[in-house]
Design a protein around this ligand. Structure first.
Ligand code: NAD
Ligand code: DAU
Length: 340
Protein backbone atom coordinates (compact mmCIF):
# COMPACT_ATOMS: atom_id res chain seq x y z
CA UNK A 1 0.00 0.00 0.00
CA UNK A 2 1.04 3.60 -0.53
CA UNK A 3 -0.16 6.02 2.15
CA UNK A 4 -0.31 9.80 2.26
CA UNK A 5 -0.06 10.81 5.90
CA UNK A 6 -0.63 14.48 6.55
CA UNK A 7 0.64 16.16 9.71
CA UNK A 8 3.08 13.29 10.14
CA UNK A 9 5.72 15.44 11.81
CA UNK A 10 3.46 16.13 14.79
CA UNK A 11 2.95 14.02 17.89
CA UNK A 12 0.44 11.36 16.83
CA UNK A 13 1.34 11.45 13.14
CA UNK A 14 5.02 10.73 13.79
CA UNK A 15 4.20 7.93 16.24
CA UNK A 16 1.83 6.51 13.60
CA UNK A 17 4.49 6.63 10.86
CA UNK A 18 7.01 4.86 13.10
CA UNK A 19 4.37 2.27 13.99
CA UNK A 20 3.47 1.64 10.33
CA UNK A 21 7.08 1.37 9.16
CA UNK A 22 7.63 -1.25 11.85
CA UNK A 23 4.42 -3.23 11.30
CA UNK A 24 4.10 -2.87 7.50
CA UNK A 25 7.71 -2.65 6.30
CA UNK A 26 6.67 -3.00 2.64
CA UNK A 27 4.28 0.01 2.68
CA UNK A 28 5.34 3.31 1.12
CA UNK A 29 4.63 6.36 3.24
CA UNK A 30 4.55 9.97 2.11
CA UNK A 31 4.46 12.48 4.95
CA UNK A 32 3.05 15.89 3.96
CA UNK A 33 3.56 18.40 6.74
CA UNK A 34 3.66 22.19 6.83
CA UNK A 35 6.08 22.15 9.78
CA UNK A 36 4.23 24.64 11.92
CA UNK A 37 5.56 25.23 15.44
CA UNK A 38 4.24 21.73 16.28
CA UNK A 39 5.91 19.85 13.42
CA UNK A 40 9.32 18.39 14.19
CA UNK A 41 11.38 16.26 11.83
CA UNK A 42 13.54 15.12 14.76
CA UNK A 43 10.62 12.81 15.61
CA UNK A 44 11.33 10.90 12.40
CA UNK A 45 15.11 10.64 12.22
CA UNK A 46 14.86 6.85 12.41
CA UNK A 47 12.51 6.85 9.39
CA UNK A 48 14.46 9.34 7.30
CA UNK A 49 16.86 6.75 5.87
CA UNK A 50 14.13 4.33 4.78
CA UNK A 51 13.44 3.96 1.05
CA UNK A 52 9.78 3.46 2.02
CA UNK A 53 9.49 6.94 3.57
CA UNK A 54 9.32 10.35 1.85
CA UNK A 55 8.88 13.73 3.49
CA UNK A 56 7.32 16.67 1.66
CA UNK A 57 7.02 20.06 3.30
CA UNK A 58 3.72 21.65 2.36
CA UNK A 59 0.18 22.64 3.27
CA UNK A 60 -2.87 20.37 2.99
CA UNK A 61 -4.65 23.46 1.62
CA UNK A 62 -2.27 23.57 -1.38
CA UNK A 63 -4.46 21.75 -3.92
CA UNK A 64 -1.83 21.73 -6.67
CA UNK A 65 0.74 20.10 -4.40
CA UNK A 66 -1.75 17.54 -3.06
CA UNK A 67 -2.86 16.68 -6.62
CA UNK A 68 0.76 16.12 -7.65
CA UNK A 69 1.32 13.82 -4.67
CA UNK A 70 -1.87 11.85 -5.29
CA UNK A 71 -0.89 11.42 -8.96
CA UNK A 72 1.79 9.02 -7.73
CA UNK A 73 -1.04 6.49 -7.07
CA UNK A 74 -1.73 6.80 -3.38
CA UNK A 75 -4.06 4.12 -1.93
CA UNK A 76 -5.13 5.94 1.22
CA UNK A 77 -5.00 9.37 2.85
CA UNK A 78 -4.83 9.66 6.64
CA UNK A 79 -5.34 13.24 7.74
CA UNK A 80 -3.62 14.08 11.03
CA UNK A 81 -2.76 17.65 9.96
CA UNK A 82 -4.37 20.17 12.27
CA UNK A 83 -3.93 22.97 14.70
CA UNK A 84 -4.43 20.87 17.82
CA UNK A 85 -4.11 22.93 21.01
CA UNK A 86 -7.29 24.22 22.70
CA UNK A 87 -5.55 27.09 24.52
CA UNK A 88 -4.06 28.40 21.27
CA UNK A 89 -7.50 28.22 19.66
CA UNK A 90 -8.75 30.53 22.40
CA UNK A 91 -5.88 32.98 21.89
CA UNK A 92 -5.92 32.91 18.06
CA UNK A 93 -8.71 30.92 16.40
CA UNK A 94 -8.12 31.86 12.73
CA UNK A 95 -5.51 29.20 11.88
CA UNK A 96 -7.83 26.53 13.28
CA UNK A 97 -10.53 27.45 10.81
CA UNK A 98 -8.09 27.65 7.90
CA UNK A 99 -6.28 24.35 8.44
CA UNK A 100 -8.81 22.20 10.25
CA UNK A 101 -11.85 23.09 8.14
CA UNK A 102 -10.71 24.54 4.82
CA UNK A 103 -7.56 22.40 4.64
CA UNK A 104 -9.55 19.23 5.25
CA UNK A 105 -12.11 20.18 2.61
CA UNK A 106 -9.35 20.80 0.03
CA UNK A 107 -7.72 17.48 0.90
CA UNK A 108 -11.07 15.72 0.55
CA UNK A 109 -11.66 17.36 -2.84
CA UNK A 110 -8.25 16.27 -4.12
CA UNK A 111 -8.72 12.71 -2.86
CA UNK A 112 -12.16 12.57 -4.44
CA UNK A 113 -10.89 13.80 -7.79
CA UNK A 114 -8.06 11.22 -7.78
CA UNK A 115 -10.40 8.46 -6.57
CA UNK A 116 -8.27 7.57 -3.55
CA UNK A 117 -9.45 4.24 -2.08
CA UNK A 118 -9.60 5.19 1.64
CA UNK A 119 -9.71 8.52 3.48
CA UNK A 120 -9.36 8.56 7.26
CA UNK A 121 -10.14 11.79 9.05
CA UNK A 122 -8.41 11.86 12.44
CA UNK A 123 -10.81 13.53 14.84
CA UNK A 124 -11.29 13.90 18.56
CA UNK A 125 -13.70 13.13 21.40
CA UNK A 126 -13.86 16.90 21.99
CA UNK A 127 -16.42 17.22 19.16
CA UNK A 128 -19.00 15.68 21.53
CA UNK A 129 -18.62 18.47 24.09
CA UNK A 130 -18.69 17.98 27.84
CA UNK A 131 -20.18 15.18 29.96
CA UNK A 132 -21.69 15.28 33.44
CA UNK A 133 -20.43 12.92 36.14
CA UNK A 134 -21.78 9.79 34.38
CA UNK A 135 -22.17 8.42 30.85
CA UNK A 136 -19.75 8.05 27.96
CA UNK A 137 -19.56 9.29 24.36
CA UNK A 138 -20.75 6.83 21.74
CA UNK A 139 -20.48 7.33 17.99
CA UNK A 140 -24.12 8.47 17.94
CA UNK A 141 -23.74 11.11 20.67
CA UNK A 142 -24.72 14.53 19.26
CA UNK A 143 -21.88 16.87 18.39
CA UNK A 144 -21.65 19.80 20.79
CA UNK A 145 -18.19 21.37 20.49
CA UNK A 146 -17.34 24.16 22.94
CA UNK A 147 -13.96 25.57 21.86
CA UNK A 148 -12.80 27.06 18.56
CA UNK A 149 -10.57 23.97 18.24
CA UNK A 150 -13.32 21.41 18.78
CA UNK A 151 -15.77 23.42 16.64
CA UNK A 152 -13.27 23.34 13.78
CA UNK A 153 -12.78 19.57 14.20
CA UNK A 154 -16.56 18.98 14.32
CA UNK A 155 -16.94 21.02 11.13
CA UNK A 156 -14.30 18.90 9.40
CA UNK A 157 -16.06 15.72 10.56
CA UNK A 158 -19.34 16.90 9.11
CA UNK A 159 -17.74 17.86 5.81
CA UNK A 160 -15.98 14.49 5.64
CA UNK A 161 -19.25 12.70 6.34
CA UNK A 162 -20.99 14.81 3.69
CA UNK A 163 -18.40 13.67 1.12
CA UNK A 164 -19.29 10.09 1.97
CA UNK A 165 -23.05 10.64 1.68
CA UNK A 166 -22.99 12.97 -1.32
CA UNK A 167 -20.12 11.65 -3.42
CA UNK A 168 -19.80 8.11 -2.10
CA UNK A 169 -16.25 8.82 -0.98
CA UNK A 170 -14.71 6.05 1.15
CA UNK A 171 -14.38 8.20 4.27
CA UNK A 172 -13.90 6.96 7.83
CA UNK A 173 -13.57 9.09 10.95
CA UNK A 174 -11.73 8.22 14.17
CA UNK A 175 -12.50 10.11 17.40
CA UNK A 176 -9.86 9.54 20.03
CA UNK A 177 -9.50 10.68 23.60
CA UNK A 178 -6.41 12.37 25.11
CA UNK A 179 -3.22 10.79 23.74
CA UNK A 180 0.08 10.88 25.58
CA UNK A 181 3.56 9.44 25.03
CA UNK A 182 6.88 10.27 23.32
CA UNK A 183 7.21 13.29 20.99
CA UNK A 184 4.22 15.21 22.38
CA UNK A 185 4.75 18.95 22.17
CA UNK A 186 5.19 20.31 25.71
CA UNK A 187 2.23 22.69 25.51
CA UNK A 188 -0.10 19.77 26.39
CA UNK A 189 -0.71 18.88 30.04
CA UNK A 190 1.40 15.73 30.46
CA UNK A 191 4.61 16.72 28.64
CA UNK A 192 4.32 20.20 30.12
CA UNK A 193 4.08 18.75 33.62
CA UNK A 194 6.87 16.20 33.15
CA UNK A 195 9.32 18.66 31.57
CA UNK A 196 8.53 21.39 34.12
CA UNK A 197 9.07 18.89 36.94
CA UNK A 198 12.37 17.74 35.46
CA UNK A 199 13.43 21.38 35.92
CA UNK A 200 11.72 21.69 39.34
CA UNK A 201 9.38 24.31 37.93
CA UNK A 202 5.69 24.64 38.93
CA UNK A 203 2.96 22.65 37.16
CA UNK A 204 -0.05 24.86 36.41
CA UNK A 205 -3.41 23.19 36.98
CA UNK A 206 -6.45 24.97 35.61
CA UNK A 207 -9.41 25.76 37.88
CA UNK A 208 -10.08 23.20 40.63
CA UNK A 209 -8.19 20.37 38.89
CA UNK A 210 -11.33 18.21 38.83
CA UNK A 211 -11.80 18.20 35.03
CA UNK A 212 -11.69 14.62 33.78
CA UNK A 213 -9.90 13.33 30.69
CA UNK A 214 -9.76 9.78 29.28
CA UNK A 215 -6.10 8.86 28.63
CA UNK A 216 -4.70 6.61 25.89
CA UNK A 217 -1.08 5.77 25.13
CA UNK A 218 -0.26 6.95 21.63
CA UNK A 219 0.82 3.58 20.17
CA UNK A 220 -2.52 2.07 21.22
CA UNK A 221 -4.18 4.79 19.13
CA UNK A 222 -1.79 4.06 16.23
CA UNK A 223 -2.79 0.40 16.33
CA UNK A 224 -6.47 1.35 16.31
CA UNK A 225 -6.01 3.62 13.28
CA UNK A 226 -4.13 0.84 11.49
CA UNK A 227 -7.15 -1.43 12.07
CA UNK A 228 -9.57 1.21 10.79
CA UNK A 229 -7.40 1.61 7.68
CA UNK A 230 -7.54 -2.11 6.91
CA UNK A 231 -10.86 -3.27 8.35
CA UNK A 232 -12.97 -0.16 8.92
CA UNK A 233 -16.27 0.27 7.09
CA UNK A 234 -16.72 3.21 4.74
CA UNK A 235 -18.88 6.01 6.13
CA UNK A 236 -18.36 4.90 9.74
CA UNK A 237 -17.12 6.72 12.82
CA UNK A 238 -14.91 4.85 15.34
CA UNK A 239 -14.43 6.09 18.90
CA UNK A 240 -11.01 5.17 20.33
CA UNK A 241 -10.40 5.28 24.07
CA UNK A 242 -8.59 3.09 26.58
CA UNK A 243 -10.87 3.64 29.56
CA UNK A 244 -8.39 5.41 31.85
CA UNK A 245 -10.39 8.33 33.17
CA UNK A 246 -8.64 10.66 35.58
CA UNK A 247 -9.08 14.11 37.04
CA UNK A 248 -6.18 16.38 36.14
CA UNK A 249 -5.26 16.61 39.83
CA UNK A 250 -5.11 12.81 40.24
CA UNK A 251 -3.08 12.48 37.05
CA UNK A 252 -0.52 15.05 38.17
CA UNK A 253 -0.40 13.41 41.62
CA UNK A 254 0.58 10.14 39.89
CA UNK A 255 3.27 11.95 37.89
CA UNK A 256 4.64 13.58 41.08
CA UNK A 257 4.73 10.18 42.79
CA UNK A 258 6.48 8.47 39.87
CA UNK A 259 9.02 11.29 39.59
CA UNK A 260 9.55 11.66 43.34
CA UNK A 261 8.61 15.35 43.28
CA UNK A 262 6.74 17.31 45.98
CA UNK A 263 3.05 18.32 45.82
CA UNK A 264 4.16 21.91 46.46
CA UNK A 265 5.14 22.13 42.77
CA UNK A 266 1.43 22.19 41.82
CA UNK A 267 0.13 25.72 41.21
CA UNK A 268 -3.59 26.27 40.67
CA UNK A 269 -4.18 28.94 38.03
CA UNK A 270 -7.18 30.68 36.48
CA UNK A 271 -9.35 28.27 34.51
CA UNK A 272 -9.43 27.85 30.73
CA UNK A 273 -12.50 29.68 29.34
CA UNK A 274 -15.22 27.22 28.28
CA UNK A 275 -13.25 24.37 29.89
CA UNK A 276 -15.04 21.05 29.19
CA UNK A 277 -15.62 19.25 32.48
CA UNK A 278 -15.43 15.61 31.54
CA UNK A 279 -14.68 13.38 28.53
CA UNK A 280 -15.17 9.61 28.48
CA UNK A 281 -15.16 7.37 25.43
CA UNK A 282 -17.22 4.25 24.85
CA UNK A 283 -14.93 2.20 22.57
CA UNK A 284 -17.27 -0.84 22.26
CA UNK A 285 -17.69 -0.44 18.51
CA UNK A 286 -14.00 -0.67 17.59
CA UNK A 287 -13.50 -3.45 20.15
CA UNK A 288 -16.44 -5.54 18.93
CA UNK A 289 -16.29 -4.84 15.20
CA UNK A 290 -12.56 -4.51 14.53
CA UNK A 291 -11.10 -6.53 17.42
CA UNK A 292 -9.05 -3.67 18.89
CA UNK A 293 -8.02 -3.48 22.53
CA UNK A 294 -5.57 -1.19 24.30
CA UNK A 295 -2.31 -2.76 25.47
CA UNK A 296 -0.92 -0.06 27.79
CA UNK A 297 -2.18 0.64 31.31
CA UNK A 298 -2.10 4.24 32.50
CA UNK A 299 0.60 3.39 35.01
CA UNK A 300 2.80 1.70 32.36
CA UNK A 301 2.20 4.53 29.90
CA UNK A 302 3.03 7.25 32.44
CA UNK A 303 6.27 5.47 33.40
CA UNK A 304 7.26 5.07 29.72
CA UNK A 305 6.44 8.73 29.02
CA UNK A 306 8.36 10.05 32.02
CA UNK A 307 11.28 7.84 31.06
CA UNK A 308 11.22 9.13 27.47
CA UNK A 309 11.23 12.83 28.47
CA UNK A 310 13.93 12.15 31.07
CA UNK A 311 16.20 10.59 28.45
CA UNK A 312 15.39 13.00 25.58
CA UNK A 313 16.15 16.30 27.19
CA UNK A 314 17.81 17.73 24.06
CA UNK A 315 14.53 17.16 22.14
CA UNK A 316 12.42 19.31 24.48
CA UNK A 317 15.18 21.77 25.43
CA UNK A 318 15.28 22.91 21.80
CA UNK A 319 11.49 23.37 21.79
CA UNK A 320 11.22 25.19 25.11
CA UNK A 321 12.80 28.38 23.89
CA UNK A 322 11.88 31.16 21.45
CA UNK A 323 8.30 30.87 20.20
CA UNK A 324 7.40 28.46 23.01
CA UNK A 325 8.36 30.95 25.71
CA UNK A 326 6.34 33.72 24.03
CA UNK A 327 3.31 31.41 23.92
CA UNK A 328 3.85 30.26 27.53
CA UNK A 329 3.99 33.83 28.75
CA UNK A 330 0.87 34.78 26.78
CA UNK A 331 -1.19 31.80 27.98
CA UNK A 332 -0.05 31.60 31.58
CA UNK A 333 0.65 35.20 32.64
CA UNK A 334 -3.08 36.01 32.41
CA UNK A 335 -3.84 32.88 34.40
CA UNK A 336 -1.65 34.15 37.22
CA UNK A 337 1.31 31.77 36.89
CA UNK A 338 4.56 33.43 37.85
CA UNK A 339 8.16 32.46 37.64
CA UNK A 340 8.75 30.61 34.39
P1 NAD B 1 0.26 18.17 16.69
O1 NAD B 1 -0.09 19.60 16.91
O2 NAD B 1 1.34 17.55 17.50
O3 NAD B 1 0.70 17.97 15.15
C1 NAD B 1 0.00 18.55 14.08
C2 NAD B 1 0.88 18.43 12.84
O4 NAD B 1 0.15 18.97 11.74
C3 NAD B 1 2.19 19.22 12.93
O5 NAD B 1 3.25 18.42 12.46
C4 NAD B 1 1.96 20.40 12.00
O6 NAD B 1 3.15 20.89 11.42
C5 NAD B 1 1.02 19.81 10.98
N1 NAD B 1 0.19 20.80 10.29
C6 NAD B 1 -0.51 21.83 10.84
N2 NAD B 1 -1.13 22.53 9.88
C7 NAD B 1 -0.84 21.93 8.69
C8 NAD B 1 -1.22 22.16 7.35
N3 NAD B 1 -2.02 23.19 7.02
N4 NAD B 1 -0.75 21.35 6.38
C9 NAD B 1 0.09 20.31 6.70
N5 NAD B 1 0.48 20.04 7.96
C10 NAD B 1 0.02 20.83 8.95
O7 NAD B 1 -1.09 17.37 16.80
P2 NAD B 1 -1.37 15.90 17.38
O8 NAD B 1 -1.57 15.98 18.83
O9 NAD B 1 -0.38 14.98 16.81
O10 NAD B 1 -2.80 15.62 16.72
C11 NAD B 1 -2.88 15.03 15.44
C12 NAD B 1 -4.35 14.90 15.05
O11 NAD B 1 -5.03 14.12 16.02
C13 NAD B 1 -5.08 16.23 15.00
O12 NAD B 1 -5.98 16.19 13.93
C14 NAD B 1 -5.83 16.30 16.33
O13 NAD B 1 -7.01 17.05 16.19
C15 NAD B 1 -6.14 14.84 16.54
N6 NAD B 1 -6.28 14.40 17.94
C16 NAD B 1 -5.29 14.66 18.85
C17 NAD B 1 -5.42 14.16 20.15
C18 NAD B 1 -4.35 14.39 21.21
O14 NAD B 1 -4.57 14.02 22.35
N7 NAD B 1 -3.20 14.94 20.87
C19 NAD B 1 -6.56 13.43 20.50
C20 NAD B 1 -7.54 13.22 19.55
C21 NAD B 1 -7.38 13.68 18.28
O1 DAU C 1 -9.55 14.89 24.04
C1 DAU C 1 -8.74 14.92 22.91
C2 DAU C 1 -8.00 16.23 22.85
O2 DAU C 1 -7.03 16.19 23.88
C3 DAU C 1 -7.35 16.51 21.52
O3 DAU C 1 -8.35 16.64 20.53
C4 DAU C 1 -6.52 17.78 21.55
O4 DAU C 1 -5.82 17.95 20.33
C5 DAU C 1 -5.53 17.66 22.69
O5 DAU C 1 -4.81 18.87 22.82
C6 DAU C 1 -6.24 17.34 24.00
O6 DAU C 1 -7.04 18.45 24.43
P1 DAU C 1 -7.12 18.86 25.98
O7 DAU C 1 -7.53 20.27 26.06
O8 DAU C 1 -7.89 17.87 26.76
O9 DAU C 1 -5.55 18.66 26.35
P2 DAU C 1 -4.56 19.53 27.24
O10 DAU C 1 -3.33 18.72 27.41
O11 DAU C 1 -4.41 20.91 26.73
O12 DAU C 1 -5.32 19.60 28.63
C7 DAU C 1 -5.66 18.42 29.33
C8 DAU C 1 -6.40 18.85 30.60
O13 DAU C 1 -5.47 19.51 31.46
C9 DAU C 1 -7.51 19.86 30.34
O14 DAU C 1 -8.56 19.62 31.28
C10 DAU C 1 -6.87 21.21 30.63
C11 DAU C 1 -5.87 20.86 31.72
N1 DAU C 1 -4.64 21.67 31.74
C12 DAU C 1 -3.95 21.83 30.58
C13 DAU C 1 -2.77 22.55 30.56
C14 DAU C 1 -2.02 22.75 29.25
C15 DAU C 1 -4.16 22.18 32.94
O15 DAU C 1 -4.78 22.00 34.01
N2 DAU C 1 -3.00 22.90 32.92
C16 DAU C 1 -2.29 23.11 31.79
O16 DAU C 1 -1.23 23.80 31.83
Amino acid sequence: MKLLITGGAGFIGSNFILFMLEHHPDYDIINLDKLTYAGNLENLVSAAGSRHYTFIRGDIADAKLVHDILDTRVDAVINFAAESHVDRSILEPAAFITTNILGTQILLDCAREKRVGRFIQISTDEVYGSLGPSGRFSETTCLHPNSPYSASKASADMIAHAYYETFGMPVMITRTSNNYGPYQFPEKLLPLAVTNLLEDRPVPIYGDGMNVRDWIFVTDNAEAIDLVLHKGKEGEVYNIGAGYESTNKALIDSVLRLMGKPESLITYVKDRPGHDRRYAIDPSKIINELGWSPRTSLDQGLKATIDWYSTHRAWWDRIKSGEYLAYYEKNYAVKGLKGY
